[in-house]
Ligand binder design. Structure first.
Ligand code: NAD
Length: 291
């Protein structure tokens, strides 16, 4: 690989769209982009990306390929296509949230073809993806990390090497699980407070001054649950459930009984069952309130 690689980007949705656009703007060489969704691809070619017709096209053109796909199933399928068509030495950096086993299996498949893998799931919002201020948690060999860190800094303001392959996903899944559990706990307490005569706004104001304070309260509680604003195309319930299922699988593999993730997952599943699946996930408060 020459010092400055040609880039590829596959998966240009809510998060991938903003990340890809930042890479196009900041990288001195062409970026070959692909998404099954033609509109998502057009948005990127409008800002200067080269349109690829398929995963194979990206695999043949790029030396470092970023993925931002719905989950492990899609990452496994796309990685298998890359393995079949890319040159030896190609680096695949997965920005999606997958299971730890997905990341380690994909790394081993690519290694069999002389290719390199890093898991680099991202935290924060669509807005942070647009602004290039994501937090990126990386699982990679130190030498691979040194090569990809400058590229990840096009997209993130915080880039943390968490350990070897899979360790980025370990940290990301734990981060999300702690948040989803806290949002479920807040959803119950918001409804209790309101029914007992305390407004949602007053609850946030007063609890944030006490030891019940948290990022989830001041962010998801204040901005979404108090005003009951749950947009679509943000972070849907299906992704919440997906991440919790990956954590449950990981905890079981590590010999820890995941009781709290299972309990939280019941609420998010109920939200999907009640037609709230596409809404921003703090809409779980509606599930509690309907009982
Ligand atoms: P999204 O559904 O908006 O985007 C996924 C994109 O991948 C879509 O445009 C889809 O057309 C494309 N795609 C799917 N399969 C494909 C294939 N085989 N080939 C080519 N393109 C394909 O999802 P998103 O919200 O951008 O999330 C992407 C990843 O980032 C997920 O793993 C998610 O868990 C994670 N994540 C999301 C958020 C968020 O706030 N939305 C935050 C952090 C992490």
């Amino acid at each position: 690989m020459s010092d400055i690689p040609t880039l590829g980007f596959i998966g240009l949705g809510v998060m991938g769209g903003g990340m890809c656009a930042n890479a196009v703007r900041r990288h001195p060489k062409p970026l070959h982009a692909f998404d099954m969704n033609a509109q998502a691809l057009r948005t990127q070619t409008d800002v200067g990306a080269v349109a690829a017709a398929s995963v194979e096209d990206v695999a043949r053109a790029a030396q470092v390929i970023f993925l931002s796909l719905p989950g492990g199933k899609q990452v496994r399928a796309v990685a298998a296509e890359i393995a079949a068509h890319a040159a030896k030495g190609t680096v695949v950096v997965d920005l999606s949230t997958t299971s730890v086993a997905d990341a380690r299996d994909v790394a081993s498949l690519l290694a069999d073809h002389g290719m390199v893998f890093a898991d680099a799931p991202v935290a924060r919002t669509r807005q942070a993806a647009v602004e290039g201020t994501l937090s990126i948690m990386v699982g990679a060999d130190e030498a691979v990390f040194a090569r990809i860190e400058p590229l990840l800094r096009y997209m993130g303001s915080d880039v943390t090497l968490c350990g070897g392959i899979g360790c980025g996903q370990v940290v990301k899944l734990i981060n999300n699980t702690l948040l989803f559990e806290q949002v479920a706990a807040l959803a119950e307490m918001f409804v209790v407070a309101e029914r007992a005569g305390v407004t949602r706004e007053k609850l946030v104001e007063a609890v944030s001054l006490g030891s019940g304070d948290s990022f989830a309260l001041r962010n998801h509680g204040l901005k979404a649950m108090a005003p009951r604003v749950f947009p679509e195309k943000a972070f849907p319930m299906a992704y919440t459930l997906k991440d919790l299922s990956y954590t449950i699988e990981l905890a079981e593999q590590m010999g820890v009984e995941p009781r709290l993730p299972r309990l939280a997952a019941e609420y998010y599943q109920a939200a999907i069952d009640q037609g709230l699946g596409e809404r921003y996930f703090p809409a779980i408060v509606e599930v509690v309130d309907r009982k």
